[in-house]
Write a protein that binds this ligand. Structure first.
Ligand SMILES: [Zn+2]
Length: 305
């Protein structure tokens, strides 16, 4: 069994504020250490549950958040974004994905760093219903035949994910500062939490045959509302239907619909023909930058990470 451990960062144990997720900050360096520990717990659980091979896919921002030299060496690590065979790289032979450290959908009140796909959107709807990333990425992976069988993150993020993926195993993670800055109590919470990640990942892999690829039958109608009309004007270089800050498009399935979302988000029409060499350059640039030129970590008063 080949297991994919996909990593976002907002929903990690140890993370309580936005700067800890912002690339290039000293607080991010702390957040990266937190995320790497969560990822390693899930890798351990995957092997305990019967994985023969584990591949980690780093997905937050430019896709280099884990501390690569600290990732369990038994797993293969894919950093950065790709064009082919998928945005996530070569993943078509995965049997199951475990998604670590997720966050809530754009527009979710009272949640930690809520966004869907990218911070420019205040809301993304699919066939009239507000969606989170697990709906979109889950259905994209689903059309490739790959189920998501595990999620971890704050309560509301997990709740939204489980509406799309009711079969998935889950771990809920606290986002309050005092949970991580209260000495002995915090140590215990982190220690027990990471054991829970390991056990739950193990359980998900053991029950891999019960996990289902998410398929949302087409046709699909997407509505992406930008935070401002200015952003919508700037990003909609593709002449998708636009009313004020809302941009809409149709697709027959999620693979194409997601491609259109990525055109809107990352690839202006003029850049699109060069997207392959560009992503190649970006991957190498950010791999070197985040490995060799990373800032010194700011421990953030945390008991431990
Ligand atoms: Zn993220």
């Amino acid at each position: 069994m080949h297991i994919g451990v996909f990593a976002d960062i907002e929903g990690s144990f140890g993370i309580w504020r936005m700067r800890q997720c912002r690339m290039g900050t000293r607080e991010w360096q702390y957040g990266r250490a937190c995320l790497t520990k969560d990822v390693n717990s899930v890798i351990q659980g995957a092997f305990d549950g019967g994985a023969e091979k584990v591949t980690v896919k780093d997905t937050h921002e430019v896709g280099f958040n884990c501390l690569i030299d600290k990732v369990d060496p038994r797993a293969e690590y894919i950093g950065g974004h790709y064009i082919k065979p998928s945005l996530f790289g070569k993943i078509t032979d995965l049997d199951l994905v475990l998604y670590v450290a997720i966050h809530a959908a754009s527009g979710t009140e009272g949640s930690f760093f809520p966004h869907t796909h990218y911070g420019i959107f205040s809301e993304v709807r699919l066939n009239g219903k507000r969606v989170c990333e697990m709906d979109i990425y889950g259905a994209y992976l689903g059309e490739l035949g790959i189920p998501i069988g595990f999620v971890s993150g704050e309560y509301i993020a997990v709740k939204q994910a489980l509406e799309a993926l009711p079969w998935a195993k889950s771990v809920i993670i606290d986002k309050r500062k005092e949970t991580y800055t209260s000495g002995e109590k915090s140590f215990r919470y982190l220690k027990e939490g990471r054991v829970l990640l390991q056990q739950t990942a193990q359980e998900a892999v053991r029950h891999a045959s019960q996990m289902q690829p998410l398929v949302i039958p087409g046709p699909l109608h997407f509505e992406a509302t930008f935070r401002t009309q200015q952003l919508a004007d700037k990003f909609n270089t593709w002449d998708f239907k636009q009313t004020g800050e809302k941009v809409e498009w149709e697709s027959e399935n999620m693979i194409n619909g997601f491609e259109m979302l990525n055109k809107l988000t990352f690839f202006p029409k003029k850049i699109y023909p060069y997207r392959k060499p560009l992503t190649f350059l970006m991957r190498n640039y950010f791999r070197v930058k985040s490995t060799w030129f990373a800032p010194k970590p700011n421990p953030e008063e945390a008991a431990e990470c």
